[in-house]
Design a protein around this ligand. Structure first.
Ligand SMILES: NC(=O)c1ccc[n+]([C@@H]2O[C@H](COP(=O)([O-])OP(=O)(O)OC[C@H]3O[C@@H](n4cnc5c(N)ncnc54)[C@H](OP(=O)(O)O)[C@@H]3O)[C@@H](O)[C@H]2O)c1
Length: 327
């Protein structure tokens, strides 16, 4: 594993960071509790020291599973990354900005973006409880809330840093203008954004800016939620209540399939799976500090951590990049 400094902070995090969205179960067709715990343990046992979660993942369950999994482990060797700003309990209705309905099977769960100072402080207390810890290494706003001034959100995080409840403050899904506005109030550790071989829009403006300003870049959904493993072109299937039934539709399946077929020989040569090759490529892209890899069981977790063992030279990276031009 490689450990990387996050922006201007003193935090050193594992280049492959564990992504705990799917183990929350909700939107992902559920997950077995013991599989989730084993996935976290397997990650920690294979060099992954950083775990990324959010209150929204499984409506608190993902944070609780992390809290349970790290009990008895040396907290000082683990970095906890969580978020705030998505609320679903109904108490904040009318206050924030409606985002989407996360319900399924006819049940409605309206989710609001809400990042007021009062709400952040409340959410952080709840996260600390669920995670079973007294500090969060990196706190991030999950999605910008248009009803709260960015300066108010940043001031709240600044206060939490001064209180020692969080070590660093970051954002997720911020565009360049939002990032620049936030930095007028607080020096940010990182921006967490969707980035993969199939989704490289941030290379145009965000990547150069974060490199210039020494802000960490955390890539999420690097496997495009499982699509880039190739298994969904073979025998893998999705449950009805899995959001990927719709999500995968945005990609041109035939093009993605041929692209994966074209890089398969390189994966074989490296004794690696497609997923490992995809993850390793992502960790090597300019400006990318951390790659969040989601896994639902120990086997996936070990495989993802071991992606860092793959060595890719300039010619091999170029070969992949040339094939990416076909997408
Ligand atoms: N800030 C944000 O707004 C935001 C949004 C999304 C994600 N994130 C973060 O980024 C993390 C990673 O993204 P993600 O979980 O959305 O997607 P991802 O990492 O691209 O894909 C994860 C999924 O791919 C499949 N998979 C993973 N490793 C595999 C392996 N080795 N072999 C076969 N299948 C494998 C698993 O699902 P199946 O086995 O069911 O196929 C897994 O749940 C999240 O967990 C979360 O921490 C943040």
């Amino acid at each position: 594993m490689e450990y990387r400094k996050l922006g201007k902070t003193d935090l050193k995090l594992s280049a492959i960071t564990y992504g705990a969205f799917a183990i929350g179960g909700s939107m992902w067709g559920g997950n077995e509790k013991q599989d989730s715990i084993r996935a976290i343990h397997a990650s920690l046992d294979h060099g992954v020291t950083s775990l990324d979660t959010a209150p929204f993942y499984g409506f608190g369950l993902s944070e609780e599973l992390i809290g349970e999994a790290i009990k008895g482990r040396d907290r000082s060797k683990i970095q906890l990354l969580t978020k705030f700003g998505l609320v679903w309990d109904g108490s904040n209705k009318e206050k924030g900005e409606f985002f989407f309905d996360a319900g399924s099977d006819g049940k409605s769960i309206p989710v609001y973006k809400y990042a007021s100072k009062q709400n952040i402080i409340k959410e952080v207390e709840e996260s600390l409880q669920r995670l079973g810890t007294d500090y969060i290494d990196l706190l991030q706003i999950h999605w910008a809330d248009a009803t709260t001034p960015i300066s108010e959100t940043m001031e709240a995080m600044d206060e939490l840093i001064k209180q020692g409840k969080i070590l660093a403050a970051g954002v997720c899904n911020y565009d360049l203008a939002q990032l620049q506005e936030a930095e007028q109030t607080l020096s940010l550790a990182s921006n967490q954004l969707s980035y993969s071989m199939l989704n490289r829009a941030i290379e145009r403006d965000i990547v150069p800016y974060t490199i210039d300003h020494n802000i960490g870049l955390i890539a999420y959904s690097p496997l495009e939620r499982g699509l880039l493993t190739g298994k969904y072109f073979k025998d893998a299937t999705l449950k009805n209540d899995d959001h990927r039934n719709g999500y995968f539709g945005q990609f041109n399946a035939e093009k993605v399939k041929s692209f994966l077929t074209s890089i398969e020989p390189l994966a074989k040569e490296k004794n690696a799976t497609l997923a490992q090759l995809v993850l390793r490529w992502t960790t090597l892209q300019p400006g990318i500090t951390l790659v969040l890899a989601g896994s639902r069981n120990a086997e996936q977790a070990v495989s993802n951590a071991q992606a860092m063992n793959i060595k890719l030279n300039t010619e091999e990276l170029q070969l992949i990049n040339n094939q990416l031009l076909t997408l």
